[in-house]
Write a protein that binds this ligand. Structure first.
Ligand code: FDA
Length: 286
């Protein structure tokens, strides 16, 4: 049974690129940077993976054709959509084709991080392409994973741009911290190291404790707001997004679109019970 899109429309900009672009315009008009994400994951069929690669390449062209501004619009992708679970070399080839176009158009490509079975492979693929596209590709690291301490160290050595998030996937205690206080403490440690050692990393969270800790650390260390950005998801805390931008911080909004929205939608419901109440309230109102 296919659920109606209206359920997901608080978190997903549209089912087509055409319907997502006005959202990008609106956010840009408010001074917010945007990362567009064509939804989809865990593809096991080569033809589908090639179609996903071509759709990402089309997306890069569309982003590049937008009027130039100071805003850093970009795309965010999932390697499992480009063949990572079929054959890493095939995925690498697809990633290189995408990065070749993205670099030529000066569009940054963020590699979303998926579940922990894919972490090593995602970082290996990232490190393989990074020397050729150092300004146009960067990974996501998840504070909840125990391995992230080492991965942050490696990204700091490389000086790579990282998106730091807590981690959205249900992971076992063998690989991930389960206690939110520990995850927050790890997040703050990683945020400090990224701000110190990388030129422009993304602090992806809606959590005021972490946002305030970032502002305070940057101010204390004399790290200018141009050296990093806050990142939030489309539909979550829009007033806070605008307030951060108005206060002079770089603020990026992750804007997903596409017909394959269910896993993304489910992760949003899973991580915050208020999101479930919001959907239910609107369902009964409409
Ligand atoms: P969390 O949900 O833990 O909430 C903590 C506190 O923040 C709440 O108690 C409340 O005080 C406040 N808060 C949160 N949401 C609020 C709201 N809507 N209104 C008011 N207050 C609110 N994950 C992943 O595994 N791989 C990835 O590639 C990405 N990519 C990504 C990109 C971007 C831009 C973002 C923002 C997030 C991701 N994530 C992700 C998801 C991430 O790992 C995490 O699951 C969510 O951001 C939820 O964690 P938070 O720290 O945002 O707040």
């Amino acid at each position: 049974m296919k659920l109606p899109f209206v359920l997901a429309s608080r978190f997903v900009a549209g089912e087509t690129l055409e319907s997502a672009l006005p959202v990008v315009d609106e956010l840009n008009a408010k001074g917010l940077h945007v990362a567009l994400d064509l939804l989809g994951e865990h593809i096991h069929d080569r033809e589908k993976a090639e179609r996903a690669r071509d759709a990402y390449i089309d997306l890069v062209h569309t982003m590049a054709e937008r009027p130039k501004s100071h805003l850093r619009n970009r795309i965010s992708i999932k390697l499992s959509m480009m063949g990572q679970m079929i054959d890493e070399d095939f995925c690498l080839d697809n990633l290189r084709q995408l990065l070749e176009v993205a670099a030529s158009k000066d569009i940054f490509v963020r590699l979303d991080m998926e579940d922990s079975d894919l972490t090593q492979s995602t970082l290996d693929l990232f490190e393989t392409v990074y020397p050729d596209y150092p300004d146009h590709v960067g990974p996501v690291l998840q504070a909840m994973l125990k391995r992230t301490d080492q991965d942050i160290g490696r990204m700091c050595e490389l000086g790579a741009s990282v998106r730091l998030c807590k981690g959205a996937y249900g992971e076992p205690a063998s690989v991930a911290y389960q206690d939110m206080d520990i995850i927050r403490a790890r997040y703050i440690d990683y945020m400090e190291r990224l701000l110190q050692h990388t030129d422009y990393s993304g602090i992806a969270t809606h959590d005021d404790q972490l946002i305030n800790a970032t502002k305070a650390y940057a101010a204390k260390q004399g790290i200018a707001p141009e050296r990093y950005e806050f990142q939030m998801l489309y539909g979550l805390r829009p007033e806070t997004q605008e307030k951060l931008a108005a206060d002079g911080y770089n603020m990026m909004v992750y804007v997903p679109y596409g017909t394959e929205w269910f896993p993304y939608f489910y992760r949003r419901l899973r991580e915050r019970k208020e999101n479930v109440f919001f959907i239910l309230r609107n369902l009964f109102r409409s």
